[in-house]
Design a protein around this ligand. Structure first.
Ligand SMILES: Cc1ncc(C[n+]2csc(CCOP(=O)(O)OP(=O)(O)O)c2C)c(N)n1
Length: 563
């Protein structure tokens, strides 16, 4: 069958099971938009900005495990996707981003809206392509989707010149396995590495059986690999406490007695003390980020380090791994679970419980309308059954500290890049991907302002998302650093009261609810949850609220500053 490039684009997306595209039109993608006009199987969500489209596709991908799809025009449309691509790259989120490009005869001539987007995105994509021959389009799209979802997932970009979208060629339908369940042994399938993995597996089993004070440090990889059940069996068999990185929130049910909380810069005392005192640290799908390890010389310095990850580049990158296990987490954990000995609760578990008792994750309520109180109430009312997205800053940390996440893919946040403006558009993608599920974006006022323009997308598609803005009238997290480490010189971090969020919401046709005291929290949160429509809730909180504990720059994680 002979099809145009634009028609092949549509057919290949259908082959991949892609049901939604987040995009924004422009001159060099008009042939594709023209084809989309006739397509009912693929829904196009028009965002207000290409950055919003990319974060929305990312929220769609993180909340489902499916590949998120973005479509943008050339030039400024393409460059507007860059922050979203980098955000997805840092957190291993599968995206395929399509950009239009100027026609081949005028490529490389500084033509109108021409940018070299493949060069620009080379370091922040798993791979990227410019398709110069329509005969290669289908094969490139199939390869890009496979690449985005396999191994360690991530974003891939395909740049398609306008004339390639209009040319015709023969298209053959293909049946694609989109299951995402690829189980791999090691990083290379050659025998030497299989042998290495087997040998290391023996060493791992011996180390686990001999460990008296193990600690599991679980990251986002556990969620991506859908290995949460295997993690639970593993932890319960060896009676190991479990700490999670920010990306690992929800990988291990947080109401489980073995859960010690967030680890690292704003981690719980129990997690950070456990890391400093354990004799075996088992990192699973985590990458020893500087936000986790603090002073690298003193991190888990009494422990043997076992590192389980699918990406060989992560092993030994930040922290030396005595026992590396490179492979798909679901597979490696299953193999360990078959062989490890069941252990009994020990004095180590007692010690951890004591730390949790002496330093419970409760926070003093200094000012009226305490952010922890708001998040705790939200957690009580929604019982871990909703999807929470966050912005970046104090709002993000308060949410990670005080909401009880019980399931994977319920905490969606920009961890690696720390992108302000991520949460609102990500909540759009999560809502579209999960009809019937409530999605709540917890925001700071600074981050909220960055992409509040996407409120129009929420109202256009009538998405029942709650925006919970913790309005401290400041860039709170940066203000906190100025308070603690820059002699309280609050330069450029006070935002003041110059935007009326209630009026802003109203101008988009979205309901606004303002909360000013602790007494109103429960009732007004419940009121918003009962409404099956979009709401902006603004909580007026004191700008002096801080996130504690905090590990000062360069310090060891056991030396966190406390309230
Ligand atoms: C795009 C972007 N610009 C700047 C920063 C640096 N930054 C990190 S946290 C923060 C303050 C965030 O303020 P707000 O959104 O109001 O949240 P709060 O910390 O007050 O909860 C800033 C400016 C960032 N992370 N992302």
């Amino acid at each position: 069958m002979k099809l145009t490039g634009a028609q092949i684009f549509i057919e290949c997306l259908k082959e991949q099971g892609a049901d939604v595209i987040f995009g924004y039109p422009g001159g060099t993608v008009l042939p594709i938009y023209d084809e989309l006009y006739n397509t009912t199987e693929i829904k196009h969500i028009l965002t207000a900005h290409e950055q919003g489209a990319t974060h929305a596709a990312d929220g769609y991908a993180r909340s489902t495990g499916k590949v998120g799809v973005v479509l943008a025009t050339s030039g400024p449309g393409a460059t507007n996707t860059v922050t979203g691509i980098a955000t997805a790259y840092m957190d291993s989120v599968p995206l395929v981003v399509f950009t239009g490009q100027v026609p081949l005869p005028i490529l490389g001539r500084s033509s109108f809206q021409e940018v070299d987007i493949t060069s620009m995105t080379a370091p922040i994509t798993k791979d990227n392509y410019i398709v110069k021959d329509v005969k290669k389009l289908a094969q490139t799209i199939r390869e890009a989707f496979k690449n985005a979802r396999s191994g360690r997932p991530g974003p891939v970009l395909i740049d398609i010149p306008k004339d390639v979208q209009m040319e015709t060629t023969e298209y053959e339908f293909a049946v694609i396995d989109t299951s995402n369940k690829r189980i791999e042994w090691g990083f290379h399938r050659d025998e030497w590495n299989q042998e290495a993995l087997k040998r290391n597996l023996e060493r791992a089993i011996e180390a686990i059986n001999n460990a008296e004070k193990p600690l599991i440090y679980a990251g986002g990889g556990v969620i991506i690999a859908e290995a949460c059940d295997e993690l639970m069996i593993f932890a319960e068999t060896i009676k190991s406490p479990v700490a999670c990185s920010l990306m690992g929130m929800g990988a291990f049910s947080q109401d489980h007695p073995f859960y010690t909380g967030l680890i690292g810069m704003h981690g719980t005392r129990a997690s950070n003390r456990a890391a400093s005192n354990c004799d075996l640290l088992i990192a699973i799908g985590a990458r020893f980020s500087d936000r986790v390890v603090g002073n690298i010389k003193t991190f888990a310095s009494n422990a043997k380090i076992m590192h389980i990850d699918i990406d060989p580049a992560e092993i030994g990158k930040n922290v030396f791994a005595h026992i590396p296990l490179c492979g798909h987490l679901k597979n490696v954990l299953s193999m360990l679970n078959e062989r490890i000995n069941e252990k009994k609760l020990s004095s180590w578990n007692k010690q951890i419980d004591e730390w949790k008792g002496v330093f419970p994750p409760k926070f003093t309520y200094k000012h009226t309308l305490n952010p922890h109180y708001i998040i705790e109430k939200l957690s009580d009312l929604t019982k871990g059954e909703v999807i929470i997205t966050t912005e970046v800053g104090q709002n993000q940390m308060w949410t990670a500290q005080s909401y009880v996440f019980k399931k994977p893919r319920t905490f969606i946040s920009s961890g690696g890049l720390g992108t302000m403006g991520y949460g609102l558009p990500a909540s759009i993608g999560a809502c579209i991907a999960n009809p019937g599920k409530r999605v709540i974006n917890v925001a700071g006022d600074g981050s909220f302002r960055m992409n509040s323009t996407e409120l129009v997308t929420i109202s256009r598609y009538k998405l029942p998302i709650i925006q919970l803005v913790l309005n401290n009238h400041a860039l709170g997290m940066v203000r906190q650093w100025q308070d603690l480490f820059y002699e309280k010189k609050f330069n450029s971090t006070k935002l003041g009261n110059d935007v009326d969020l209630m009026k802003l919401a109203d101008s988009y046709g979205i309901k606004g609810i303002r909360i000013t005291s602790d007494e109103e929290v429960e009732e007004k949160l419940q009121q918003a949850l009962n409404m099956n429509e979009a709401v902006v809730i603004e909580c007026i909180i004191d700008e002096r609220e801080m996130v504690y504990p905090i590990v000062p720059p360069g310090a060891s994680i056991q030396d966190a500053l406390e309230e």
